[in-house]
Design a protein. Structure first.
Length: 390
């Protein structure tokens, strides 16, 4: 079989690319291949099933990896740019996270599949691509089972190494490296962190709104305000996920948790002093101010009933990082195909008519819709570049 365009990977970026190509009205022969049993499985699970696809604060500071200047050009304009391939309505919550109005991620997959329903795109699921070969008129794509298709243009949207249950185990990077591309080091991102647990053993399952900062020696790596969830291995929650990208590739990082970030040191110290004056037991000096179990853990760690020392501990609760829970628990991959090896159109500088979109590239975003914005906008960006080519 011969195609004009073959998209390898039917996740967010692959579906966005296919949808954009389809709505152009050009009579293109397009093939979409995916190793999973159905398209968009990871997209259907995103945002705790609610579909957090973007963020109102869509700035380059929320992206990491190579060539963030190019990422800014593609993804950081209109925060609703990625949503333009959908026919449903979107709105932002109080934290700026953009969701479909119906708050169902699965409906986004349905929307994209519906847009392809009457198209001439050939879709194959359960199809792992084994190898890509350069040929005289383009490429030969060797599918599982020994079948070969010919195509003029390839778009690699194979994802990364995170969440292998979605058939993204990192093996598909070989399709690019076999053609001469290099891979930057890979680390799990948007992932739970393992920490020392001696001071948080009694806090398992407790969620706290706080500010969390990551330090590498004395260097501040990042600071995020949001939810932290204490676990038996360390910490989880949106704030931890957002900070994990700058932590995962380093050893010797420490976290500083600031409880009650909306209150000044003096306000908290005076409140503790009033409790002390009123005859509260030491372990209850933060009662009504912090969750009782958290308050007791802070006071136990302070080792005193001094309002000043308790407040210092509360404002700077240190947890050394021991590692992450790994790729099986990560939402995205930090690292990927070297961004110095692609053009502004995300075409390979090494192999003509080979394009990349989404997580396969060395781009990862913070928690809060940034990675899906990149997936959708990069997929559309590549589609527009391909349309100019054909």
């Amino acid at each position: 079989m011969n195609y004009d365009v073959t998209i390898i990977g039917g996740g967010a970026s692959g579906l966005a690319c296919a949808a954009q190509l389809n709505k152009s009205g050009k009579n293109l022969k397009i093939c979409l291949l995916d190793a999973g049993d159905r398209l968009g499985k990871k997209l259907a699970a995103t945002g705790n099933g609610q579909g957090n696809i973007s963020n109102l604060e869509m700035t380059a500071e929320h992206f990491h990896g190579g060539n963030t200047a190019l990422v800014e050009k593609i993804a950081c304009g209109d925060p609703y740019e990625g949503a333009k391939i959908f026919s449903c309505l979107f709105s932002a919550d109080e934290k700026g996270r953009v969701y479909p109005a119906g708050r169902q991620a699965s409906a986004l997959v349905d929307d994209l599949m519906n847009s392809l329903k009457d198209s001439s795109i050939d879709i194959f699921t359960g199809e792992r691509v084994e190898k890509i070969k350069n040929s005289k008129d383009g490429f030969e794509v060797c599918r599982s089972g020994g079948q070969v298709i010919k195509t003029k243009i390839i778009v690699l949207c194979v994802g990364g190494k995170a969440q292998k249950q979605f058939k993204t185990d990192g093996s598909s990077y070989a399709l690019a490296t076999s053609l001469g591309h290099t891979l930057t080091p890979l680390y799990p991102s948007l992932v739970q962190l393992k920490t020392e647990t001696s001071h948080i053993k009694t806090l398992k399952g407790i969620r706290v709104d706080c500010k969390i900062s990551a330090f590498y020696g004395e260097k501040l790596l990042n600071a995020v305000r949001g939810d932290v969830i204490f676990t038996d291995y360390g910490v989880s929650g949106n704030a931890v996920f957002s900070i994990s990208s700058c932590v995962a590739d380093k050893q010797g990082v420490t976290l500083s948790i600031e409880f009650l970030p909306d209150f000044s040191f003096d306000e908290i110290e005076k409140s503790i002093a009033l409790h002390k004056k009123a005859g509260y037991e030491r372990s209850e000096l933060l009662s009504g101010t912090l969750h009782n179990q958290v308050g007791r853990a802070v006071i136990k760690r302070a080792g005193t009933d001094s309002p000043s020392i308790i407040t210092q501990t509360l404002k700077n609760f240190i947890l050394p990082v021991l590692g992450t829970l790994g790729f099986d628990y990560a939402q995205v991959t930090k690292g990927g195909i070297n961004m110095n090896e692609v053009t502004d159109e995300l075409e390979s500088k090494l192999v003509k008519n080979l394009f990349f979109a989404g997580e396969v590239l060395d781009v990862d975003g913070d928690c809060g819709g940034y990675n899906l914005q990149w997936a959708f906008t990069s997929g559309q960006h590549v589609a527009n570049a391909v349309l100019k080519r054909i």
